[in-house]
Design a protein around this ligand. Structure first.
Ligand SMILES: Nc1ncnc2c1ncn2[C@@H]1O[C@H](COP(=O)(O)OP(=O)(O)OP(=O)(O)O)[C@@H](O)[C@H]1O
Ligand SMILES: [Mg+2]
Length: 228
């Protein structure tokens, strides 16, 4: 996976530079054109290039999640620090609540920027799942696992969860949700890298990510990070 990640990062980086040159030449060309039909076509071309640049930046962010720069992170502070930004992301019609357990250190050894990106990815998924109206609840707390659960060893964890009142997922979708490039969204709207990034961050923080979902009722995705 690491080699694939590096290859993807190199390709995405070079590809981004290629797209940047295309944009540059297109703007030069537009200066010499005053035919509205040609300008409209070049608008279309520019917006497609823009989609390409967004895709490559997603691939880059995903590739970087394979190589975390870890430090002790105060997850409560991180979550509260994101609140305004998340509210803007989901829009006014959505109720977004953020809560963190008090009286306990919510500290995990992880990569703060990658954890922020993971939380943002979960909130964007929740927003898409509720399709305009509904609620999204973020919570952070400490949980103890007395026994191992698959790839999650017994121990203490800081658990960040994002719960939505959205569409939920079918068992088929749950089974593939963490796979890189798996998406059910239309072309141009999803790259299928959001949950793959979430899974990487959790795994490399000595934890795992979990999905609890009920079709038609909603979904909770949790990031388990080894405590301390
Ligand atoms: N909260 C959710 N509710 C319902 N389905 C979800 C939720 N989160 C993820 N999914 C499903 O899992 C799929 C994969 O999610 P993931 O975040 O990896 O990719 P994406 O959202 O499709 O694209 P990207 O995040 O790269 O823009 C989604 O396409 C969707 O079908
Ligand atoms: Mg997503």
């Amino acid at each position: 996976m690491e080699a694939v990640g590096q290859l993807a990062a190199t390709m995405a980086h070079d590809f981004n530079n290629i797209l940047a040159s295309v944009v540059g030449y297109m703007y030069l060309m537009r200066r010499k054109v005053d035919d509205p039909a040609l300008l409209a076509l070049s608008d279309k071309a520019l917006s497609v290039v823009d989609r390409g640049r967004r895709l490559t930046s997603r691939v880059l962010a995903f590739a970087r999640s394979d190589d975390l720069v870890t430090a002790a992170v105060d997850v409560r502070a991180l979550l509260h620090g994101m609140e305004d930004w998340l509210r803007q992301t989901v829009g006014g019609a959505v109720t977004l609540t953020v809560a963190a357990d008090e009286g306990v250190d919510l500290v995990a050894t992880t990569d703060a920027s990658q954890l922020e990106l993971a939380i943002l990815n979960l909130v964007i998924n929740a927003r898409d799942a509720i399709n305009g109206t509904g609620s999204i609840g973020l919570h952070a707390g400490v949980q103890r696992r007395e026994t191992a659960d698959g790839d999650l060893p017994a121990g203490d964890y800081v658990v960040v969860s994002v719960k939505d009142s959205g569409s939920g997922m079918t068992p088929d979708v749950v089974a593939r949700a963490f796979d890189p490039f798996f998406t059910t969204k239309p072309v141009g709207q999803g790259t299928g890298l959001g949950l793959a990034q979430v899974g990487n961050v959790a795994r490399l923080s000595r934890g795992a990510a979990r999905i609890n979902t009920v079709e038609g009722e909603g979904t909770t995705v949790s990031i388990w990070l080894a405590w301390g």
